[in-house]
Design a binder for this molecule. Sequence first.
Ligand code: ZN
Length: 506
Amino acid sequence: MRAKIVSHLLVTLGLVALSVAATLVQAAPARNVILFISDGASWGTWDMASYYQYGQKGMQAYDGFPVKLGMTTYPLNTSTTPTNNSTPTVTYDPARAWDQTPNAGAYGGFASRFNGYDYIKRDYTDSAAAGTALSTGVKTYNNAIDVDNYGQDLAYITQRAKAQGKSTGILSSVPYSHATPATFGSTNRNRNNYGEISKEMINNPAVDLIMGGGNPNYDSNGKLRATPVFANETGTGGGYMSRTAWNTVNDPSKWQLLQTKGDFEALANGTLTLTGQKIIGLPQVYDTLQYSRSGAVVGTGAPTPSGKAYIDTVPTLETMTRGALNVLSKNQDGFFMMVEGGAVDWAAHARDTAGIIEEQIAFNKAVQAAVNWVEANSNWNETLMIVLTDHGNGMPMGPDSDTVAFDAIENKGAGNLPGVRWHYNTHTNENTLLWAKGANADLFYREVDGVDPGLVNVLGFNDGRYITNSDVGSVLHAAMVSEPASCALMLAGLGLMGFSGRRQVP
Ligand SMILES: [Zn+2]
């Protein structure tokens, strides 16, 4: 952290540093950047899905990515409204996070068990502040959609990609106006203003493609409603999409609206007739693609981790990803795309082991499809892919984790639910896992904050090095601008200093 501050100061004190940096390694800008976010995935979540899918770890596409780093996720503060200062009030301390001293107390309605568990249950980020850090490079208060702690709008990654001539896409397995996707296409002081956010994303010149939940005409089981559920045009309340936003996406001069599973599959297979407008995909379901379904109500699918048949009229996140890649990759200047496994977080809040495995597997399949696309249609010299979570949730660990600190998930073989014990029902502040591969992926190593022994000694994940979530926002931008990477990173730093300057203005 200190080294980064020093480098930023060097830039602000004298542009001499830029000429020095220009003599360093010249890296070509990334043509395409693909960011995958499994929302609310603790360490155990990644393991659970791998055990169910493969009966072992190490088989996911991202397990082989060369860059593996921890990523801390704490917000600037835990207020739910701007507090009009730039002072960080929360942090992450590896020594406290991995403290195995028994703790007889409780926090948040759950027994603490160990000091480390107790520590990581506190001062957690929400998805809005976390998404803002990833998309803008700036930490802020919880509830903020790409605004800083003064409530001022921040520049975000799809705007920055658009400035580079790129196409942009935002995909999620939860409503497209939900916090995480919202931070890639709007600014708002309150993540719950779904009406405003749904309209802003639809009318945003920086956004070319949207796919996600929020369809006002269907319920969570994919059944047509008698009356649509719209979000209020302003303020909170109602559904996820305002009537105005819905009317806009139904205007064929503005958007090509996909709703049926067949249309999504045709887009993925390259057989859909494109009208030349921006593409929005709103599957015939209300909130999540599959997670919120009530049971074997629709269709008779194959056995699933939960035993509930999947809704058979809804595309998978993988199909949506393949379709989006077909469209966005037509731009010779490349694209930025964010794909969120949003319902992983919803399952974690519910401490739903089978449900989270379904959602994480859906996410894993989308990542695999994108890796296949890169290797068939692009290459790792021009495309950067990042796989991460925005924060932990639920503290899923092994069956003995009540008495054995950080006991690992119990593998019961492919196709079998693993042994899991949950310790919380909301977000957590642990050091999370990040994988990256491709163009300028090495830029992440310039952002290292320190070494977290737990990542090595407890998880065996990497060498312990970690960054923080706002570093991702800086690297996403630096990786795709045309300056030499070393310059670009410092310019990204300057940009952050610029935002700091704006904070001084009331
Ligand atoms: Zn989240």
